[in-house]
Write a protein that binds this ligand. Structure first.
Ligand code: FDA
Length: 325
């Protein structure tokens, strides 16, 4: 479904929802709980800093703008947890279309993919066949591909597919490792001989203590341990974080490498000023640019992840939208 452009006119929520929203914003209550009450057009007004738009053309426009400002880009077609073959194949077709465009317009861009968007839960064999085909098409065009990491129940299958892709010679494929998960340093040790390209993240999924560290400082320290492990094995680290503490310490660990041997990564719309400073300091920065019809669920997740930011945006945007009319 295409988001309505805010300029097309905003259909407000009903009176009760509207009052609840304004009250929540004014009293400082977390916005997350009231987000689903909002009409999509209003969520879009908030979300558009995080999402390029519903179409590939939107993503290419944002990519070109970022490229003008010396940022690299990775594109993500929004959509995951598909439960029909049709949805999976239409996702596949969209990635193929993106590949075709990037080859000509933005050859330094990469693609990021979600296993469940390619059918992992529906049919693991279909998922493998899709990933293999996309990896080949990406390799033919010299475009990098990164396999995102989802919740802990998908890690074994994701690592297995990554290993099989590398065994078939698709060396342009990278993967994501989450510092939150207790298993990750062991996973990295088992992959070290491949000198992998790894995007290091804290991990966005809520996980139980049995599989994940819950303490924020431990998650940070494990993040740095993964980075050290990657540097040691000669892999290519992609430091994906907006956490100033981690950025500062990672800069220290990366000081012995040339800027071509690593990169920083940030989400579209998040801490752009910090990104600017990294670029000014001579580091490479890749921005994660999500796009697609599924922008709504993605946006709610981003805003829930950072209620403080949601609250801040709420004051700027939502109150204005509701009260200035
Ligand atoms: P932290 O959450 O502590 O954020 C530090 C500061 O950054 C916050 O205080 C805030 O100022 C700002 N910030 C962070 N997130 C924000 C947001 N959404 N809106 C506004 N401000 C925000 N996860 C995963 O499980 N699998 C994956 O494949 C990926 N892929 C991925 C790619 C890229 C390029 C990035 C940057 C991140 C991911 N993630 C991910 C998400 C990652 O796991 C993590 O949830 C977020 O990056 C937030 O963690 P930080 O390290 O930024 O720290």
């Amino acid at each position: 479904m295409r988001p309505r452009d805010p300029d097309e006119g905003i259909a407000g929520p009903d009176v009760a929802s509207r009052s609840a929203i304004i009250a929540a914003v004014h009293t400082g209550r977390a916005l997350a709980g009231i987000l689903p009450l909002l009409p999509r057009s209003i969520v879009w007004a908030v979300a558009k800093r995080y999402v390029a738009g519903p179409t590939l053309e939107d993503a290419l426009r944002v990519t070109a703008e970022l490229a003008r400002r010396s940022r690299l880009v990775t594109l993500d077609v929004l959509g995951e947890q598909f439960d029909s073959r049709e949805e999976v194949m239409s996702m596949m077709a969209e990635y193929e279309r993106a590949l075709g465009k990037l080859e000509h317009d933005q050859p330094s861009a990469t693609l990021s993919v979600m296993m469940t968007g390619f059918g992992l839960r529906l049919d693991p064999h279909l998922c493998w066949e899709n990933l293999r085909r996309l990896s080949k098409d990406a390799a033919d065009r010299a475009i990098g591909l990164t396999v995102n990491m989802e919740d802990s129940s998908t890690v074994d299958a994701t690592l297995d597919i990554y290993r099989r892709l590398r065994a078939e010679g698709f060396n342009g494929v990278g993967l994501v490792l989450q510092s939150r998960l207790r298993r990750t340093l062991d996973d990295l040790a088992a992959l070290a001989h491949l000198r992998p390209r790894v995007r290091i993240v804290k991990g966005i999924w809520h996980e139980p203590e049995s599989v994940a560290y819950l303490d924020a400082q431990t998650i940070r320290e494990k993040y740095l341990a993964i980075l050290e492990g990657l540097i040691e094995c000669g892999g290519y680290p992609e430091v994906a974080t907006h956490d100033e503490w981690l950025i500062e310490r990672s800069l220290g660990l990366l000081a012995g490498l040339s800027p071509a041997q690593y990169e920083y990564q940030m989400l579209l719309g998040v801490t752009p000023k910090r990104g600017e400073r990294l670029i000014a300091g001579g580091h490479r920065l890749r921005v994660y640019v999500p796009y697609g019809e599924d922008w709504y669920a993605y946006s709610l997740r981003r805003l829930r992840e950072n209620p403080e930011m949601a609250q801040y945006i709420a004051r700027d945007t939502i109150v204005e939208l509701f009260t200035a009319r």
